[in-house]
Write a protein that binds this ligand. Structure first.
Ligand SMILES: Cc1cc2nc3c(=O)[nH]c(=O)nc-3n(C[C@H](O)[C@H](O)[C@H](O)COP(=O)(O)O)c2cc1C
Length: 289
């Protein structure tokens, strides 16, 4: 069988995020086709999602400044889409028709709404690529949800999941990036661990295996390791780096990219943001039983 038995598989294999866009506007008919395709996606049933389409330069500039990590693609893309979990529509429906409603207080409803939103957004993303557009997700939206709520007048019961920049690509399309292959992520019948050497080989093949030691990297490794597992563990990390003569990619990633202590430090802040947005499924619910 050929690598690309049909155009859909070819499109999926060719995926690469695009971060520079041409000035060409996205034609309304193209956008309509993309959104129509998106709403055909599978759903847990209630389609508890919305997307906010942003074309206004001033709004993009404000979001770019909130983001604070100089993701120029937010400014550069003709259209920025903010995908949100949206329980508000169904809450209003229940209110108008007088039906019981607990979706914003239910983990199950949150879980399925989040899945629905992701499936919708990536169907939109694939449809955009099929129409010749390029896209890139901006995941850092959660850092500044409170500011976004105000700027975009996002009401209670609606929570943003991700921003998607969309436009016609400028310049050459990048080559597809390395990903973990099926032999690593697919398990036959039951979950099974790869042997250590195979695990390392697969992860190194994707991420690269080692980085030069620098003062900044050493300091970050020490600081993060101390914060999450204590001084003794930090000494072990530094000893391993000295023994290897390099910083391994996972030491780098969890010290400087997906910083391990930040990952847990902000949990409470996010729960507060969820609560402020009208979600409280992480708290007990008193039923009349
Ligand atoms: C949930 C999520 C969040 C992401 N956030 C960002 C981001 O903030 N900035 C960015 O430039 N790319 C972001 N990306 C794009 C990834 O960097 C990209 O998908 C990954 O490097 C693989 O490259 P590819 O999409 O070209 O295959 C994000 C992707 C996902 C799925």
């Amino acid at each position: 069988m050929s690598l690309h038995p049909n155009q859909t598989i070819k499109l999926l294999h060719g995926h690469a995020s695009i971060r520079t866009f041409s000035d060409r506007k996205i034609e309304p008919a193209v956008l309509a086709t993309i959104f129509e395709a998106g709403t055909h996606a599978p759903t847990g049933g209630m389609q508890p999602y919305s997307v906010i389409k942003i074309e206004d330069a001033e709004t993009k500039q404000k979001i770019f400044e909130f983001d604070g990590v100089e993701q120029k693609q937010i400014l550069n893309a003709p259209v920025d889409l903010i995908f949100c979990v949206d329980m508000r529509r169904n809450k209003r429906w229940a209110g108008i028709e007088v039906a019981p409603f607990t979706a914003t207080s239910s983990f199950e409803e949150w879980w399925i709404a989040f899945q629905d939103t992701c499936i919708f957004m990536h169907t939109v993303c694939i449809a955009a690529e099929a129409m010749g557009l390029g896209t890139v997700y901006i995941g850092t939206v959660y850092w500044y949800f409170d500011k976004l709520r105000e700027l975009l007048e996002i009401p209670e019961g609606v929570f943003p999941v991700v921003l998607l920049c969309m436009g016609y690509p400028a310049g050459e399309k990048p080559n597809p990036r390395k990903k973990l292959p099926p032999r690593v992520v697919v398990h036959d019948e039951k979950y099974s661990d790869l042997p250590d050497w195979e695990l390392i080989e697969a992860l190194d093949a994707k991420h690269g295996d080692q980085l030069k030691i620098s003062d900044e990297r050493l300091e970050a490794a020490r600081k993060v390791a101390t914060a999450v597992h204590g001084k003794e563990f930090a000494e072990k990390v530094l000893a391993k780096i000295r023994e290897n003569g390099y910083i391994s990619m996972v030491q780098y990633l969890y010290s400087l990219a997906y910083v391990a202590d930040d990952g847990v430090r902000n949990n409470e802040r996010y729960l507060t943001m969820l609560k402020d947005a009208g979600f409280d499924w992480f708290e007990p619910y008193e039923l009349n039983e």
